[in-house]
Design a protein around this ligand. Structure first.
Ligand code: GRF
Length: 204
């Protein structure tokens, strides 16, 4: 199976996927990494792993629909079974979401449905929450609102600041994203109506 990963930045989650692939734990291959930003460090990680790294700058397009149309074309050229959003910092248009519905997943730094949107670590600290974490979810037209496939909890500790909390959540992200991708590529994880369903019938 073939995976295309979309990024905008550091790409530490991409790195986790590439490492899982290297250890034969991903169940497929990352065939391309696409960034809307030319300076995303994840592009370097992709090239170092021998993966096709493509830059598609959004500021060269008139509007979101045009950009997303171009993005669809680049993605489809790579014939992916799964499209993985890994820190891709753009809202996707309904056309895009519909095109890849059921094979488009995202990772979000919170225990969804709590704290959709940006700045989750700051918001969690300000709210005095004791628990935070990360969620992998199928992408629907509702921002950070699609069915959750897997979550990992990170405790909020005394003395945490945004940076320390973000780092703790990131370690959880790197753990759960390769698992979710593996499940999907095995055909075990599916979007079933409103639910992300994990098939466990052949498990012990
Ligand atoms: C992660 O926190 C992820 O949850 C969010 O964007 C960040 C990407 O980090 N969607 P990285 O580029 O994978 O290091």
């Amino acid at each position: 199976p073939r995976v295309v990963v979309l990024i905008s930045g550091s790409g530490s989650n991409l790195q986790a996927l590439l490492e899982a692939q290297e250890h034969d734990e991903l169940g497929g291959d990352v065939v391309a990494v696409i960034s809307n930003k030319a300076d995303a460090y994840g592009l370097v990680r992709a090239r170092e792993a021998g993966v096709d790294a493509v830059v598609l700058p959004h500021d060269e397009y008139e509007n979101r629909e045009h950009y997303d149309g171009a993005l669809i074309k680049v993605i489809e050229r790579h014939e992916p079974d799964l499209i993985v959003l890994a820190g891709f910092m753009r809202i996707l248009s309904p056309i895009f979401v519909q095109r890849f519905f059921g094979r488009l997943i995202n990772i979000h730094p919170s225990l969804l449905p709590a704290w959709p949107g940006l700045d989750t670590h700051r918001k969690v600290l300000e709210a005095g929450e004791k628990e935070h974490g990360a969620s992998v979810h199928f992408v629907t037209e509702e921002l950070d609102g699609g069915p959750v496939a897997i979550q990992a909890v990170a405790n909020v500790l005394e003395g945490d600041d945004e940076a320390s909390l973000k780092e703790r959540v990131h370690t959880r992200e790197h753990l759960i994203y390769p698992i979710a991708v593996h499940w999907f590529l095995e055909g075990r994880l599916k979007l079933d109506g409103e639910v992300a369903k994990l098939d466990g019938h052949d498990l012990p």
